[in-house]
Design a protein. Structure first.
Length: 276
């Protein structure tokens, strides 16, 4: 997805036209989505959250000015969209309590691992969308994959687009099993990035940089390379080959080339340590 196209689309989305939304569960992911919706134009009066823990309810009310309910009740009947942000092990119990008030609503689940057929059965409706976000969604830089059951309409998809947009980028998949591949790629991917970043930082320290300098360089390298890949129409393979060629051209003396590219350098030791 071209970055400029995505930015233009993001700016065109008008969240003031989004109807009432109720969140079931008020944890980190729900808070990230709620904060993004409010920053992009929704009002606190358009959002409710059901959160069983008093301390969390107080935090949500104080932070966002939204109504925070102890449990699902008749208030849920005004929701056009219900966002399920509960722990997987509590989903069924919460759904069986809420279904009597939310049968008319569209349901969006960000709970990991719960299949849409189970969700539809528990809620008594086929208008169910599953979302697989990743952790950068917490700061509005996420990558989310979405799957909608056959009963989900184009208007439903548009509503989900508007709600997910503040968390970062997204795409729709045609088949639900593809969400497993998404989990492996973008869901688990940040852990691999952090692991490689850790190895690069250690390599920098081994070559004499301070930990702070090495960390700054490693993070900046990943951010810049990612933004370059997002903005480019060329494949990462092409970008990598071009950079490799440029790096080799800069290494002219044979002795220097041997020193930089030889095994057991600080760089390779750091990367090998991180990849074990």
């Amino acid at each position: 997805m071209n970055a400029s196209w995505y930015s233009a689309r993001l700016n065109r989305i008008d969240l003031t036209m989004t109807p009432h939304i109720t969140f079931i569960g008020g944890g980190n992911m729900a808070s990230a989505i709620i904060g993004g919706l409010l920053r992009r134009g929704m009002t606190p009066q358009q959002i409710d959250v059901v959160e069983p823990f008093a301390e969390a309810r107080d935090r949500l009310q104080s932070q966002f000015g939204i109504a925070a309910l102890q449990g699902p009740g008749s208030e849920l009947a005004r929701a056009s969209l219900v966002v399920w942000a509960v722990k997987p092990q509590t989903f069924k119990e919460a759904a069986l309590q809420a279904r009597f008030h939310t049968g008319h609503a569209l349901h969006l689940s960000v709970a990991a691992g719960i299949r849409s057929d189970s969700i539809a059965s528990w809620l008594g409706t086929q208008r169910v969308v599953r979302a697989m976000p990743n952790t950068p969604a917490l700061i509005g830089k996420g990558m989310t994959a979405l799957f909608g059951r056959p009963a989900v309409t184009d208007a439903d998809r548009d509503l989900v687009d508007r709600v997910i947009t503040p968390t970062g980028r997204f795409l729709w998949v045609a088949d639900e099993p593809l969400l497993d591949a998404v989990t492996a790629l973008s869901g688990s991917g940040p852990a691999y990035v952090f692991y490689f970043m850790e190895a690069m930082t250690q390599a920098g320290v081994d070559m004499g940089l301070s930990p702070e300098q090495a960390h700054q360089l490693a993070v900046g390298t990943f951010v810049g390379a990612s933004e370059l890949a997002a903005a480019s129409d060329e494949a990462p393979e092409v970008l990598r080959q071009r950079l490799s060629t440029m790096a080799l051209l800069k290494i002219t003396p044979a002795t220097e080339s041997s020193r930089v590219l030889a095994p057991n350098t600080a760089t390779e030791r750091g990367l090998n340590r991180g990849c074990r």
